[in-house]
Design a protein around this ligand. Structure first.
Ligand code: G16
Ligand code: MG
Length: 219
């Protein structure tokens, strides 16, 4: 019996969403655009370029391609400064427990992230060795809710989409998992993630019995 477990990174394995927010906030302040936590919610799972496009749209600002590239670079440098301080203390509750359990049950594990910094972050928090495949923003052209990232991950671990389970903190990611015909599990706020098959506040709310159920789900 074999399932594929696909983890989103930001907001599921580590709370880098707060660093994305701070980096975008600083940039928005600098160019004179208001940027709220609510708006930040809409940037979760969204690529760097699409995020900047949305912020500019909200602020009704048009800029040259050159400035656009410079602003993306500036945001990422700020973000990388935050990332540099990360260690395994930043792994979210019971993520390691779940990864360990899946390993002992010989399940396939993949990463499905929109981030171009995913490999670096996994290294910082020392989780790289758990993953049979890593699909991130460097390999994907269509952003969530397009299912490309998850379908690509399923292919790399050689598991049919119907036998894959996706853990996601963003609505776009839940939608992508649903479109891919995978089991979608929201990690976070149930009111935001209402389209998910299941929602948990975090992994500490998820029992090992439930994970067993996922392993045996559609086999
Ligand atoms: C993450 C975040 C997004 C971020 C995107 C791109 O996706 O949720 O907020 O904009 O990656 O990140 P970067 O600028 O590092 O390439 P995910 O899919 O891991 O949640
Ligand atoms: Mg996320």
């Amino acid at each position: 019996i074999m399932s594929g477990f696909i983890f989103d990174l930001d907001g599921v394995i580590v709370d880098t969403a707060k660093y994305h927010y701070q980096a975008w906030k600083q940039l928005a302040d600098k160019i004179g655009i208001e940027f709220s936590l609510e708006q930040n919610e809409q940037l979760k799972g969204v690529s760097r370029a699409d995020s900047l496009n949305k912020i500019l749209e909200w602020g009704q600002k048009t800029i040259s391609n050159e400035t656009f590239t410079a602003l993306m670079k500036e945001k990422n440098e700020q973000y990388l400064d935050f990332i540099a301080t990360m260690d395994d203390n930043e792994i979210l509750p019971d993520v390691s427990k779940v990864l360990n359990y899946l390993k002992t049950k010989k399940q396939k594990i993949a990463l499905g992230s929109a981030s171009k910094n995913a490999v670096q972050i996994l290294e910082k928090v020392k989780l790289t060795h758990y993953f049979d495949a890593i699909v991130d923003g460097n390999q994907v052209t269509n952003a969530k809710p397009n299912p490309e990232v998850f379908l690509n991950a399923a292919k790399q671990i050689n598991v049919q989409p119907e036998h894959c389970i996706v853990f996601e903190d963003s609505l776009a990611g839940i939608q992508a998992a649903n479109i891919a015909n995978m089991v979608s599990i929201g990690i976070g706020d149930a009111s935001i993630l209402a389209e998910a098959d299941y929602v948990f506040k975090d992994f500490s709310e998820m029992s090992l019995e439930f994970i067993d159920k996922l392993i045996n789900l559609k086999n």
